[in-house]
Design a protein around this ligand. Structure first.
Ligand SMILES: Nc1nc2c(ncn2[C@@H]2O[C@H](COP(=O)(O)OP(=O)(O)OP(=O)(O)O)[C@@H](O)[C@H]2O)c(=O)[nH]1
Length: 297
């Protein structure tokens, strides 16, 4: 698994090179400000980081500790639960929900778990069809209904079926958009209540899927979902396709929520647990040159 996160930062590294073409041992605060902004770290957070640095020459170690500090909330503790473990997947359309649900399902299946999907985005026929296609491809059962049917009924039936058949994991898709934001909030709240009714204590984890190519513009959207339903963790998709990798710092910092996984490609196996050290070091490798290498030149 090692190396996927760093590889996915290739486009962000390219962006950094446009403002810092040559890697160095140290940078001035001004140079660093440009680099972080170019990687799409949000302006306010860049200022916080820069203002906390007192040295004129900023080395890799100094920046490393500051960047890691912004990711202080990235660790996640699984709650106590009775099987099946129920997860609700939320996020706007196009963020990569369907693909990510399939990746999660494949991951659990590889761990030897029995997984079932719930096609809870009953608003769009395409969402039901797409998830059904994945379920066939991955040979994972799915509970679905026709477009326009009650999504919380799908959630209930999926959990019910999982309990009856002894499944370990339930993953429920939800709508990313309804006619109004209030409708969406009400629907998500209702699904939450119905999950708890079907299996007290569930959903055990509500995951927000964020499209990594949106960068910082996803923060407001993420806050809205958090207010609507309460998010336990985030998955950032399409890290491999974005030059805005630095936005992960601002998203984690602004929401004070853990990043659980990152999407590193379109295939079912391209879901990588977020390792903050690999992420930060991957980014630092694009900025700094090792001191020994520099001194040997
Ligand atoms: N490169 C890359 N592409 C991804 C990743 N995750 C999802 N995608 C692609 O993003 C597109 C949208 O993903 P979907 O899973 O269809 O997204 P969704 O949120 O269900 O969106 P809709 O079904 O369109 O509402 C698809 O083409 C996916 O293959 C990723 O980690 N890396």
């Amino acid at each position: 698994m090692f190396g996927f996160i760093k590889k996915s930062l290739a486009r962000t590294a390219d962006a950094i090179r446009t403002v810092a073409p040559k890697r160095k041992i140290s940078f001035t605060k001004g140079e660093l400000e440009d680099i972080l902004l170019e990687a799409d770290v949000e302006y306010d957070l860049v200022e916080i980081i820069i203002n906390e640095i007192y040295q004129d020459k900023v080395t890799r170690d100094i920046l490393r500790s500051k960047l890691l500090a912004t990711l202080a909330y990235t660790s996640y503790k699984e709650p106590e639960f009775t099987a099946p473990f129920v997860e609700l997947i939320v996020g706007v359309n196009g963020a990569g929900k369907t693909t990510t649900i399939s990746k999660l399902a494949q991951r659990y299946k590889n761990e030897g778990k029995k997984v079932i999907l719930g096609a809870g985005d009953t608003f769009r026929a395409a969402a039901i069809e797409q998830l059904t296609l994945w379920s066939k491809k991955l040979d994972i059962p799915i509970v679905s209904s026709k477009q326009g049917h009650d999504s919380s009924a799908v959630a209930f039936d999926t959990i019910d079926s999982a309990k009856a058949k002894g499944f370990d994991n339930v993953i429920i898709d939800t709508a990313g958009r309804l006619h109004t934001q209030t409708n969406l909030a009400n629907e998500l709240k209702k699904i939450n209540r119905i999950c708890d009714k079907a299996h007290p204590g569930s959903p055990h984890r509500t995951i927000l899927i964020i499209d990594g190519t949106q960068g910082n513009s996803a923060i407001a959207q993420a806050k809205a979902f958090n207010e609507m339903i309460g998010i336990d963790g985030i998955i950032i998709t399409k890290l491999d396709g974005t030059a805005k990798g630095g936005s992960i710092f601002s998203i984690a910092y602004a929401l004070e929520l853990p990043i659980l996984f990152v999407g590193t490609g379109e295939q079912p196996e391209n879901l990588t647990p977020f390792d903050k050290y690999e992420f930060v070091d991957g980014l630092l490798d694009a900025i700094f040159v090792e001191e020994e290498i520099a001194s040997n030149k």
